[in-house]
Design a protein around this ligand. Sequence first.
Ligand code: SAH
Length: 259
Amino acid sequence: MLQNIRVVLVNTSHPGNIGGAARAMKNMGLSRLVLVEPEDFPSDEAVARASGAVDVLDGAQVVGSLEEALVGCSVVLGTSARDRRIPWPLLDPRECATTTLQHVESGGEVALVFGREYAGLTNEELQRCQFHVHIPSNPDFSSLNLATAVQVLAYEVRMAWLAAQGQPTKMHKLEGASALNAELVTADELEKYYGHLESTLVGIGFLDPQNPRHLMSRLRRLYGRSNISRLEMNILRGILTETQKVVRGESHKRREDDV
Ligand code: SAH
């Protein structure tokens, strides 16, 4: 599906930007790069800036006109750093990604067109695009580096694609560093904890069993708000156990490393 999305760079002057765009594309799973009359390509600088994305550079199609670059595309989206004052359907990068995905999902080919570093796309080129896309940058400093602009759009396409695939956008490893940490305690475990807490508080003289007031219910309310995990409960249980040992006059050692 993503192979039906082409990134078209028009008249790029700096080969480093072509490399940077290739890298941004590969990072986001895009592979089809079309270069309209690049000033300096192939080039070592492009290879250097592409990092490991030389396959995208090697596969880049070099053409002589925008018309040629757009052959077979059912939707063309042209990016612009400025408001050109031509009334035209304007999308932000997220809407651009949604439109792109809708078309490739139904088998169409889509082009995302980027302009020259010094002058962007001409009005004539922009009029070949059904939609214009503007990254909502600082109006006083609106022009992004070409490869950076490619990165922003490619990222939004990836997010839309992941959502369409039902794939997660977060890394599992980071999300639940350990299953124990993510697992919430059960009501019966919490009851055991409250029992342990109560006897410890009595043991250290903080809770008077003859006059308990509302201490335990207030503590229950506090813990009830905290969505406590099994790992956290084990830490608290460890602290209570050590506290009880101190009260009983037994020697104790630091347990932080054990939990
Ligand atoms: N001086 C040019 C800036 C070109 S920047 C001008 O004023 O138009 C090079 C290319 O990066 C642009 O043609 C466009 O494709 C892309 N780009 C840079 N900033 C952008 C933005 N804010 N929104 C959309 N595309 C942007």
